[in-house]
Design a binder for this molecule. Structure first.
Ligand code: ADP
Length: 600
């Protein structure tokens, strides 16, 4: 694969990782944002609702406490007396005492028409008159009168309860208890979130934000939308809760706020708590950002993993290619090898066949050479036979005459000589027959001495006729070599024949055949004192058809055949100059382990 294709593949994988990772990241970010927003919003809502529940309960409890105070006072006989007698001094004392003990801001005793009799507030420490805002009508009708009274300036407002004082069925006066909302506002001030109480007219009557007091609630904030109310509240109270998102007018950067509101049943006021959602939003953003970061990290990890995967795949592919290449190479090599093997086997068998052929040819050659040797010796041999035949003839004639003359005692001598000569002829005939037999090719332990003796016997007619003298010496005891009797005899015959030829021209021709053992080998040495072989011809003497003899006398095969035979016997045949002239031929053959000379 080219590097361009590899790059394209790598890019494709990376684009795939990106294509998968980006939408997944966006989706996870969005889902995380949504879930976290919902969870944090729910938490904000729960907190706001809890705050609302606690603070609205605080308001209710505070007002409830004083709701019963005015009817209770109206029942009291001393209060009735004060009103009946219009006892301003006593009334002031009693009102101040009740206000002080109950913690009310002001207690008033009025006549039935609403005229002031006494007030805890009449002392210089409590200036002002509250009569304008006293709910007289309800009280005069015998019901509990209640009304909110706006505060002056920075002073928180108050709530007024009024109860009728009766004498029998007649309303004779009215007891008024005024409660300050300052305590409520102080309790609410502990909460950092804005809390407001709104009257039925939509005016803020109590709040922990003093500046908002007296303002229209609708001017303070605008509604952005409804919010989900967590259903963790308790029954009706929870059902009465309303929730919406709002933004405060004139406040920049903050919000939106979650507004949780609940209507207080008796007062007909609405208490609202505001919870800032900015923290929840920023927390949601953080969580979503973390999720996105994790996704991006996973993308990077995926990217790196994809890179690694590509590298691993590439390596695997390359390994596979290399393996298949190697396999192909091994297959080719194996094929080459088996072809070479087959060729070799063919060559071996061809060579074996050629060797067999050669052996046959060599055997033929040996045979031919032997026949040639015999042919050359035939004149001498016929003389060898003719001489004893003539001797036998004359001895037989002699024996006949001895018998005729009655010289019986001399007949035996003639007959003995005849027998000796016949035996001699039979022996020569046996050796000739053995020699002329075709030599085998097998190898076996062969004794050297009988071989030499037979060769000498075959050569004896020539030696007798020739001028050279032959001396045979066996220096070491009986030697045995591995080879063939007839072939070794041929070697000896050739070497001695050549030596006799070489000394033919000399009067003092000497041929010495020596056998000895040397360094684990049998040595047959044929030495003569003939003309020797010139140095330039020395390397050629073992070549087939090399001869210096005249036509008809030599074929040039004797030494080459001898050389081949000796090599077949794992031996060596060498030639060198003899000291004082002449040639020395040396045959070296490995000694056989035992002595055995089975006839071939
Ligand atoms: P051939 O005897 O038929 O010539 P050989 O192979 O036996 O064939 O000998 C080859 C030649 O080696 C001979 O012609 C001769 O010249 C030379 N030669 C062999 N033996 C001797 C020797 N003892 N002295 C001198 N020359 C020799």
């Amino acid at each position: 694969m080219t590097s361009l294709a590899r790059q394209a593949r790598r890019n494709a994988l990376h684009i795939m990782v990106l294509c998968c990772a980006l939408p997944v990241t966006v989706l996870i970010g969005w889902v995380t944002w949504e879930t976290a927003s919902r969870l944090f919003a729910a938490e904000v809502a729960t907190r706001a609702q809890a705050l609302l529940s606690v603070q609205s309960a605080t308001l209710e409890r505070q007002l409830d406490k004083f709701r019963l105070l005015s009817p209770l006072l109206a029942q009291r006989p001393d209060v009735r007396d004060i009103i009946l007698r219009r006892d301003a001094r006593g009334g002031e004392r009693a009102a101040a005492l009740v206000a002080g003990m109950a913690g009310a801001q002001e207690v008033l005793f009025l006549d039935a028409a609403g005229g002031l009799i006494a007030s805890s507030h009449m002392s210089p420490r409590y200036p002002g008159n509250m009569l304008e805002q006293v709910p007289l009508a309800e009280a005069q009708q015998g019901r509990l009168g209640r009304a909110y009274r706006r505060g002056s300036g920075s002073e928180p407002g108050s709530y007024v309860f009024a109860s009728a004082v009766r004498a029998g069925s007649l309303v004779i006066g009215i007891v008024v208890v005024r409660v300050s909302l300052a305590e409520i506002e102080q309790a609410w001030a502990l909460s950092p979130a804005p809390i407001v109480a709104i009257d039925e007219m939509g005016e803020i009557v109590a709040t922990n934000r003093p500046l908002w007091r007296g303002q229209k609630a609708s001017e303070r904030f605008e509604v952005l939308g409804a919010a989900e109310v967590p259903r963790t509240g308790e029954g009706a109270a929870a059902a009465a809760t309303e929730a919406e998102y709002v933004r405060f007018n004139g406040v920049k950067g903050r919000g939106p706020y979650l507004r949780m509101a609940r209507t207080l049943p008796v007062l007909d006021w609405q208490v609202a708590a505001f919870a800032d959602t900015a923290d929840a939003r920023s927390q949601s953003q953080k969580v979503a950002a973390i999720a996105v970061l994790i996704c991006l990290l996973a993308t990077v990890v995926g990217w790196v993993a994809a890179d690694r995967r590509v590298a691993v795949l590439r390596r695997l592919r390359e390994d596979k290619i290399a393996a298949s290449r190697l396999e192909r190479k091994v297959r080719l090599r194996t094929r080459d090898l088996s072809e070479a093997n087959a060729r070799l086997a063919r060559e071996v068998s061809e060579r074996e066949a050629a060797e067999a052929e050669l052996r046959n040819m060599q055997a033929d050659l040996v045979q031919a050479a032997k026949m040639a040797t015999l042919g050359q010796m035939s004149a001498a041999l016929s003389h060898e036979f003719n001489q004893p035949l003539a001797a036998i003839r004359s001895n037989a004639d002699n024996a006949k005459q001895f018998i005729e003359r009655g010289m019986g005692e001399r007949v035996n001598g003639a007959l003995d000589r005849i027998i000796l000569m016949v035996e001699r002829m039979a022996e020569i005939s046996r050796v000739l027959k053995g020699f002329s037999r075709r030599a085998g090719t097998d190898m076996r332990p062969t004794a050297v001495k009988p071989v030499v003796d037979e060769a000498m016997m075959l050569l004896s007619p020539r030696i007798k006729q020739g001028r050279g003298r032959l001396t045979v010496t066996h220096l070491d005891g009986p030697l045995s070599v591995v080879g063939g009797h007839v072939r070794l005899e041929q070697v000896v015959l050739n070497l001695v024949s050549n030596a006799l030829d070489a000394v033919e021209a000399r009067d003092d021709g000497q041929v010495v055949l020596t056998t000895r053992s040397e360094a684990g080998q049998a040595v047959i040495e044929v030495r003569d004192n003939g003309p020797g072989i010139s140095s330039d011809l020395l390397p050629k003497v073992f070549d087939p058809f090399f001869t210096t003899k005249e036509v008809g006398k030599g074929l040039g095969l004797g030494l080459s055949i001898a050389y081949k035979i000796v090599h077949d016997f794992s031996g060596s045949l060498t030639v060198r100059h003899a000291e004082g002239g002449g040639a020395v031929f040396t045959v070296r053959l490995p000694l056989a382990a035992g002595l055995s000379d089975a006839a071939e």
